[in-house]
Write a protein that binds this ligand. Sequence first.
Ligand code: NAP
Length: 321
Amino acid sequence: MEGHIYVSRTLTPKAMKLLDNLDYEVRVGGDEPPSREKLLEDVAGAAGAIVMLSEKIDEEFFDAAGPGLEVVANLAVGYDNIDLHEAKHRAVIVTNTPGVLTEATADLTFALLLATTRRVVESDYYARSGKPWIWGPNEYVGLDISAGATLGIYGLGRIGLAVARRAQAFGMRTIGYARHLVPGQELDGVHIVEPDELLQYSDVLTLHTPLTDETRHLIDAAAIAKMKKGAYIINAGRGGLIDELAMVDALKSGQLAGAGLDVFEGEPVIRPELRELPNVVVTPHIGSAGDKTREVMSKLCIDNVVSVLDGKAPLTQVPYP
Ligand code: NAP
């Protein structure tokens, strides 16, 4: 076979050992994210590529790689960074990592939910500031999620349902919406509702749809206005699902009591207001960052690339549009 396997970032230690033992030539970018120029330079002539969600895989990338590129494995389940039409046009197979990061991402989602509703980060800042404090009945009061608060889940796939299981264990009422589910029915204890009802009845709204043309700015000023005053938003889906300016206004006015965010519209830049507002908890896109999860994700990417280059079917191909 002609061409190397290009890996844009250093993978986990076990995955690096797997790469060392492959029969293919492997070129790894490095620990730091490559500049766009370096990415395009290093992918030239590759037969397979393992890439990150932070890298735009578009016409320019495919041109730089050249006609020998057979497979691109995205180290993520979401693939909004990849131009699938262009991949299809060039018959390049695209793979992702579905399922293996579900529980880790649901854990992080729930960590954000608890941290935001119970004001953990805000009170941690205060406690470690050294300022005097005395226990008080009105200090750092947050939402009692276990007293039957309602969690609204937008997108009830693998991660949405895993978040529902955690919420139910905590005593939350769960409602949800996805396009192919029928309002009025139940799915794994989640009551299916119309999108407007989801907004209207949620004390906490959590987003788990992919980012597509249809879901971009799913939560905008109009959607926020339909929510309960003082509700919370959690987003461990993709930043583009929310119109951040509208969310900032609502966080300032009190229409939203708080937001827990793992993903942002301008990643890796986080809008200053979101970094400064005390009722916002931010994490730098670490949803799948569990130790075992990252090993399994990395291995799945390697297996996908090797499978295609060996002339076999990929394990987890993203369907072409
Ligand atoms: P999944 O199993 O495919 O679930 C996606 C859900 O979204 C499905 O229920 C789907 O149902 C629904 N959906 C799709 N388009 C919709 C629309 N226009 N309106 C309403 N619902 C819609 O995917 P998953 O594995 O749970 O992952 C979900 C997303 O989480 C990924 O795409 C990724 O962007 C994000 N993610 C983030 C992190 C992180 O690090 N923060 C980690 C992993 C994943 P219907 O098709 O019936 O609508």
